[in-house]
Structures are given as structure tokens and as C-alpha cells.
Design a binder for this molecule. Structure first.
Ligand code: NAP
Length: 497
């Protein structure tokens, strides 16, 4: 169950928001009475309440907004209990002063906004000494092992325990606590109204991560990277799991640079079955794997780690396969039955990570490849490695090519007015493939369409690299159309969540 925290300054707004949340499917709400600008009136807040409630009143020292005295605060909490509210949240230092009364259940809580202390078990044991119905233990995650220690505690607790970590590193624990037995977790009303570091909105928890369906048998997957909070991969993979009724969930795991080995080690306990890997860990992922596919070795980078039956990791690079499939799709559209790449003249713009994968595929397919990059030294190095030609960036519009592939970020949101290729060099009949996927129709693709070129967007590559991962993870064919729709939804300016 997800408990949604309501923090509003006016009673009227609390009541209205509570009703609206119940209509949206909320089953439990936390009334943060410390946010109210006037003295809380429980006869208004709790009358005809559409769901059970938790009454919480946080002091400034607990990052709350309570401005009255401590005596007033304790009196308020007691009056909430007398009003018959379903739950009251009592911090560990005051829980002993508010004895059990009536039917109200006691959540005895402890927050640490700086760290996840080493003596977590001792803190938990202390909380259990204050006659709790539920223990709530929330700490700041500074390392992946903090999350694991917290979830291990939830898993082993004999008293029902809500335990998760705050901060960007801790986001996954807010959802994974459900797998290990937390009676519920906390969410915000909306993305803009975060009340604790790393909190997710009710809709995201419910519709993207399907928190209420997470249980002990749920398989865990995720994407490793930094930054990671804007990754579309969780939306795409979770959509596919939902579509196929698979009991699995896919999380964004923020992993700071140089911490991949210790993260993989720490998360072994979470039994993660497969990872997507993004910047800055693609090279390190290859080093961490026991085995690697020929493509990943040749590219020198992996975007996927999947688990073998013996628990070891195999690294692969699904960008390579996805880019080639996207280009072949374009050729097929252009002249059905003739998607053979050999002998085609290709200009590839860029010499970074994606260009390495695309370039390898293009040379292996026997195209006549030419690389052009802003930094011509990098173009020369990659061309030497792949055994192909390179030209200066300023000359990129001069040759005659059958296919142009953009592997630079030029044209990507928000710089949507940029393009990597001169419009006058676009010729009718060319195939133009842009790896940029946000927006779907970049300026390059728009200009190419206007000149009667065949175009393929980066969405095709993105969905295909995710689909290959999904198939490696689950052993099932990926629901390509639904995954593509999810990407479009994810880049839409009017996202539903
Ligand atoms: P990267 O390793 O950082 O390489 C970036 C490349 O773009 C380099 O060649 C760089 O040239 C060039 N570049 C950057 N800014 C430029 C500018 N202002 N003008 C000219 N060239 C510029 O990045 P990457 O991982 O290869 O990703 C490149 C792009 O691929 C991303 O931006 C993304 O849109 C796209 N991508 C698509 C997918 C997909 O599935 N569709 C997946 C991943 C990435 P220098 O060497 O001169 O710096």
C-alpha cells in the first residue's frame, strides 16, 4: 500500500486534496499537520474522511514546519488519538510520553537526514521498545550498502517495519521495501511537491513501478548510471513487464563514477537479474563481467549486464544490434527487399561512444564508411581502428553518400534548432538516421523529409536496444509497439505522470 503525504497550509485544501486522492485510488494518507498555517482542527480534517489517515506533526529539527511549542505539539497528537484517527506518528524521543489509547495505531519513527548509521539494528530495537504497531526508520543513503543494510533490517524485523533510505541513491529502497515486507511506503501528491529527499509521486509509484504489485517473488532489474533520474529506461521496461504480466520491476540505480564494482557487490543481496548500463559505466561494466559478447569486446563498452544461471554476469552491447536494425528498417522502407548494406556509401557524424557501436556495425556490414567529427583527431583514431575513411568536420557536406548517420547530440532537446548536417547537402533518396531520440523528429530529420530522403529516428534505436535487453532479461519476445509508445510518452511535453 502507498501512503500519500498531504502538506497544505489551509484546512480546506487538505480536505479537498484528500478527497481527490481517494478518487485517484489512494488508500491511506498522511496528514502533515505541521504544514497548516492555523491550529489544526481535527473535527474538520477527519470528518467524513475518505481513507484512513496517519497524523504526523514534524518539528523543525525533523525537517518539519511546526512552529508552536513542544507541549502544544504533544497535546495535538493526543487529541488526534482521542479523535480516533487510524494512525499517529510518534518520534522515538516522544513516543514514551504518549501512551496507547483507543484504536489508534502507533507508528514509532526515527529519521536521520545525514547518514545510515552503523548501529541500525540498535536504533530499531530501541524503537520496538515504545509499544509500536509499526516501526518507521528512515535514513540518508550515502552508499549502496546503506540501502542493502536497511532492506535487510526490514526483511528480518519481527515488528512490522517501514524502512527505506532518502536521497537520490535511496530512491529504489522506497519501492523495494515492499518486497521485503514494509506494510506501506510513502509518496508525494505530485512530482512538484516533494516532502522528503528522493520521494516519488503517488502516480509514478503506482503506474510506473506498480508498487502495490511488488512482493517477495518480484524480480528486480535496473539501469546503472549517473545522472539517472531522467532515464526513460524504467518507463520502457516497466511498461513491457506490465504488458506481459511479468512479476518484475525495473529501477533507476544512481551509481556515481568509479563506484560500479562496489555497487554490483552490494546489490548482489538484492538479487538483481539484469542491468542496463549507461554513462559513465559502459567501459567499467565490461571489466566487471565474467563473459562478454564479441560486439561488446570489439566496441570496448557494454550497455547490458545479464545474469547467467550460475549468477555470473555476461556483458553485451545492444546499441550495435539496434542501430543496424534501425538502418536496415530505413533501407527496407526505401526499397523493400533490398536492405543489404554492403557497398553503400555512409557518412557517420561523431566519434563518441554511440559512434563506436554504429561504426563497428557499418564496417562489419561492408559499407564504405567515412567518419567526420568535430574533433578530427578522434575521427582519425576511430577510422584507423575500424579501417575506414575520415574527413574534416567542415567538409562533411561535400561528398555523395547513400546514408548519413548522426551520432552527435546536435538537435537534441532543448537545442532543437541545431543540426549536424548542412541542409543543402541532403539529396533525394538518401537514408538519414538520427540517433537522437528526443525530439523524435529532429531538425535534421525534418529537413531530410522535406528533401524526400528516407528517415529513421533515434526512437527506433532506443526501443530496439531496450527490446534486446528485455529479451535477454526475460527470455520472451519484447512488446515493441508498447515500448515505443512508452518512449513517446516519456519524451512528450505533456507526460501523464
Ligand atoms: P559521446 O560519447 O559524448 O560523444 C558525443 C559525440 O558528439 C562526439 O563525437 C562529440 O564530438 C560530438 N559532439 C558533441 N557536441 C557536439 C557539437 N556541439 N558539435 C559537434 N559535435 C559534437 O556521446 P554518445 O554516448 O556517443 O551519444 C551521442 C548521442 O547519441 C547522444 O547525444 C544521444 O542523442 C544519442 N544516443 C542515442 C541512443 C539511442 O538509443 N537512440 C542511445 C545513446 C545515445 P567531439 O569528439 O568533438 O567532442
Amino acid at each position: 500500500m502507498i501512503c500519500v503525504s498531504i502538506g497544505r497550509t489551509r484546512h480546506k485544501m487538505v480536505v479537498l486534496e484528500h478527497r481527490a486522492l481517494a478518487e485517484r485510488g489512494a488508500e491511506l494518507v498522511e496528514l502533515r499537520i505541521d504544514w497548516l498555517s492555523r491550529m489544526p482542527d481535527f473535527s474538520r480534517l477527519l470528518a467524513d474522511r475518505p481513507t484512513p489517515c496517519i497524523v504526523t506533526c514534524r518539528r523543525k529539527s525533523d525537517r518539519g514546519r511546526w512552529r508552536g511549542t513542544e507541549d502544544q505539539r504533544l497535546a495535538l497528537l493526543r487529541s488526534a488519538i482521542v479523535s480516533g484517527v487510524e494512525y499517529v506518528d510518534l518520534e522515538d524521543d516522544v513516543a514514551g510520553q504518549s501512551p496507547r489509547y483507543g484504536e489508534t495505531k502507533r507508528i514509532v519513527s526515527h529519521h536521520n537526514f545525514d547518514e545510515t548509521p552503523q548501529d541500525l539494528e540498535a536504533i530499531h530495537e530501541n524503537l520496538c521498545g515504545y509499544d509500536p504497531d509499526i516501526v518507521k526508520l528512515v535514513t540518508m543513503a550515502n552508499s549502496p550498502s546503506d540501502i542493502v543494510r536497511m532492506l535487510q533490517l526490514v526483511d528480518q524485523a519481527e515488528v512490522p517495519t517501514i524502512g527505506f533510505c532518502m536521497g537520490e541513491l535511496g530512491v529504489v529502497s522506497r519501492m523495494l521495501c515492499g518486497k521485503y515486507g514494509s506494510p506501506f511506503t510513502y509518496a508525494t501528491v505530485s512530482t512538484e511537491r516533494e516532502m522528503g529527499p528522493g520521494q516519488l509521486s503517488f502516480d509514478i509509484m503506482r503506474h510506473i513501478y506498480r508498487y502495490d504489485e511488488i512482493n517477495a517473488d518480484t524480480q528486480v532489474y535496473g539501469v546503472l548510471g549517473d545522472p539517472i533520474s531522467h532515464s526513460l529506461s524504467p518507463l520502457v521496461h516497466n511498461t513491457a513487464f506490465r504488458n506481459q504480466g511479468i512479476n518484475a520491476v525495473y529501477f533507476p540505480f544512481r551509481v556515481p563514477r568509479d563506484t560500479l564494482p562496489k555497487t554490483l557487490e552490494a546489490y548482489r543481496w538484492l538479487d538483481v537479474q539484469g542491468y542496463s548500463v549507461t554513462i559513465p559505466h559502459k567501459e567499467a561494466a565490461l571489466e566487471q563481467a565474467s563473459r562478454a559478447t564479441d560486439a561488446a569486446i570489439a566496441i570496448g563498452a557494454a550497455n547490458t549486464l545479464y545474469q547467467e544461471a550460475d549468477g555470473s554476469w555476461t556483458a553485451t552491447n545492444t546499441d550495435y544490434e539496434a542501430a543496424m536494425a534501425s538502418i536496415r528498417l530505413g533501407l527496407e522502407q526505401h526499397s523493400p527487399g533490398n536492405s543489404d548494406l554492403s557497398g553503400r556509401k555512409v557518412l557517420m557524424l561523431g566519434a563518441g561512444g554511440v559512434a563506436r557501436a554504429v561504426g563497428l556495425g557499418l564496417t562489419r556490414a561492408d559499407t564504405g564508411l567515412t567518419i567526420s567529427n568535430r574533433n578530427s583527431e578522434r575521427a582519425r583514431e576511430l577510422a584507423e581502428e575500424l579501417g575506414c575513411k575520415h574527413i574534416k568536420w567542415k567538409n562533411r557536406g561535400t561528398g555523395f553518400y547513400d546514408i548519413v548517420v548522426n551520432c552527435t547530440p546536435l538537435g537534441m532537446h532543448p537545442e532543437v534548432d541545431e543540426t549536424p548536417f548542412p541542409v543543402n547537402s541532403l539529396r533525394e533518396g538518401m537514408l538519414v538516421f538520427d540517433t537522437v531520440y528526443n525530439p523524435e523528429t529532429t531538425l535534421l530529420l525534418k529537413q531530410a523529409q522535406e528533401r524526400n530522403c528516407t528517415t529513421v529516428s533515434g526512437i527506433e534505436m532506443f526501443v530496439r536496444q531496450a527490446a534486446v535487453q528485455y529479451e535477454l532479461f526475460t527470455g520472451r519476445p519484447a512488446p515493441l509497439a508498447e515500448m515505443r509508445d512508452a518512449i513517446r510518452e516519456g519524451i512528450s511535453p505533456i507526460r501523464p505522470y
